[in-house]
Design a protein around this ligand. Structure first.
Ligand code: NAD
Ligand code: USQ
Length: 397
């Protein structure tokens, strides 16, 4: 297939591009490098020394003999170029990763909130409008988030895969209706993903676009079988308070002997997936698109759930690094249950990679190898959900 990977320079997009190229697909990455620019703005860098797109693509050609295209394009701002690109390449499939994806970054200032909404909503809508105007019938796979459901509101009720069957009372008795699961975003970033869902529902119904929305949990890990093939292919590893996600942060903190930064009690339960399974899930989703005219297919892209404190304890027990409970900079349930249905991917052949000693060690090894690149002042989360909320910055420096 000819596949466009929008956001293919990022943490999930780069290994997905390599995985699909390795499978023999004709891959073109579209990315405006905004993520690299935000690193400059935050004065932080990936823990791993990621190379420029040109070097990455040359290295991949050397090790695999395969070409990957790269187009620098802003999906949110360059609609006409996007249309021209679609007309030129006429992709069979499109994977859409190209959004601002950090919840803390999306809450740090009015400018960041506005950027996140403008970027994410416009990027997704431009893509949908461009597909309609060009008449290109590509299967579209979007990376959404488990956070669209919210955490804790439904107690221990299992979270279904996107849709909920509800009873609507009428004078003639109850009617059954299938609706999108109610959205309950916990940050401006997560809110943009709930808006994406509404756009997908509309364009699938009105224009018969074939759309799959992957409600992905927190991704952990760094490397995949392709990114380890050459050091120049190394994947991004975010560790800072805005972009670093919780388990990778704990593994990096353990590698440098920094106390493990649990927000609040650590009773927050979240869903997780290893980066190796992310790339495999995208492959499976591309092979199983919905029919034209069908509602968007929604898959919960998660393999296991854990409490934040339990993860910290696990890492602490194997490394001896202490756990600290910091003031939580976020507005979120102190504790929550989480049961997630994920039968669709399992039925389609996903064999989940779960938390294992080997994979935790792989991540710690990477963190140890690049520990000299850590900026200690960037570890503790500073972005707060409401003005005046206490942060742990003073406690930790
Ligand atoms: P990332 O920030 O590393 O990658 C996103 C890429 O998209 C970056 O390279 C960025 O430059 C590009 N981009 C952003 N806006 C763009 C625009 N307007 N035009 C062109 N390119 C643009 O993020 P990631 O961790 O790889 O996440 C990818 C997707 O997966 C996101 O949509 C995110 O919401 C979703 N997701 C990520 C995680 C996770 O834990 N990392 C979990 C669930 C869902
Ligand atoms: N947390 C800590 N200590 C830390 C960092 C985080 O206790 O040092 C806590 C947070 O308070 C939160 C939980 O860990 O309760 C998860 O935080 P996170 O930063 O790992 O994940 P999140 O902000 O939810 O965002 C990440 C990705 C996002 C994706 C989302 C999937 O950045 O793109 O959509 O995971 S999900 O969480 O399922 O919505």
């Amino acid at each position: 297939m000819r596949v466009l990977i929008l956001g293919g320079d990022g943490f999930c997009g780069w290994p997905t591009s390599l995985h699909l190229s390795d499978l023999g697909h004709d891959v073109t990455i579209v990315d405006n490098q905004s993520r690299r620019r935000i690193d400059l703005e935050l004065e932080v860098e990936s823990l791993t020394p990621i190379r420029s797109p040109g070097v990455r693509i040359r290295a991949w050609r050397e090790v695999s003999g395969r070409d990957i295209g790269f187009v620098r394009l802003d999906l949110a701002a360059e609609y006409d170029r996007l249309v021209a690109l679609l007309q030129e390449l006429r992709p069979d499939a499109i994977v859409h990763f190209a959004e601002q994806r950090a919840a803390p970054y999306s809450m740090r200032s009015a400018a960041a909130k506005r950027y996140t909404v403008d970027n994410n909503v416009r990027a997704t809508h431009n893509l949908l409008a461009a597909l309609v105007t060009t008449g290109i019938d590509a299967a579209l796979v979007h990376l959404g988030t488990m956070g669209v459901y919210g955490y804790g509101w439904s107690g221990s009720a299992p979270i279904p895969e996107g849709y909920l069957t509800v009873k609507v009372p009428t004078p003639d008795g109850d009617l059954e209706r299938e609706i999108l699961h109610p959205a309950n975003a916990g940050s401006v970033y997560h809110m943009t993903k709930t808006l994406d869902q509404l756009m997908f529902a509309f364009y699938a119904a009105n224009d018969r676009l074939r759309i799959t929305d992957l409600h992905q949990g927190i991704v952990w890990g760094t490397q995949t079988p392709q990114t380890v093939r050459d050091e120049r292919l190394v994947n991004r590893f975010d560790y800072d308070g805005d972009y670093g996600t919780v388990l990778n942060r704990f593994l990096m903190q353990a590698a440098i002997g920094h106390p493990l930064t649990v927000h609040g009690t650590g009773g927050q339960t979240r869903a997780f997936i290893h980066i190796r399974d992310t790339v495999r899930c995208v492959e499976i989703a591309l092979a199983n698109p919905p029919a034209a005219g069908a509602k968007p297919a929604i898959f919960n892209q998660v393999t296991e759930s854990h409490r934040v404190y339990d993860l910290a304890k696990l890492v602490s027990d194997r490394t001896g690094v202490e756990v600290v409970h910091l003031p939580n900079p976020r507005l979120e349930a102190v504790e929550n249950d989480l049961v997630v249905r994920n039968e669709q991917f399992l039925a389609l052949g996903l064999r989940p990679t779960t938390l294992s000693e080997g994979l935790l060690a792989e991540c710690t090894d990477i963190a140890t190898r690049y520990r000299h690149r850590v900026d200690l002042s960037k570890i503790v989360a500073r972005s707060v959900w409401q003005a005046g909320m206490e942060t742990a910055q003073d406690l930790m420096t």
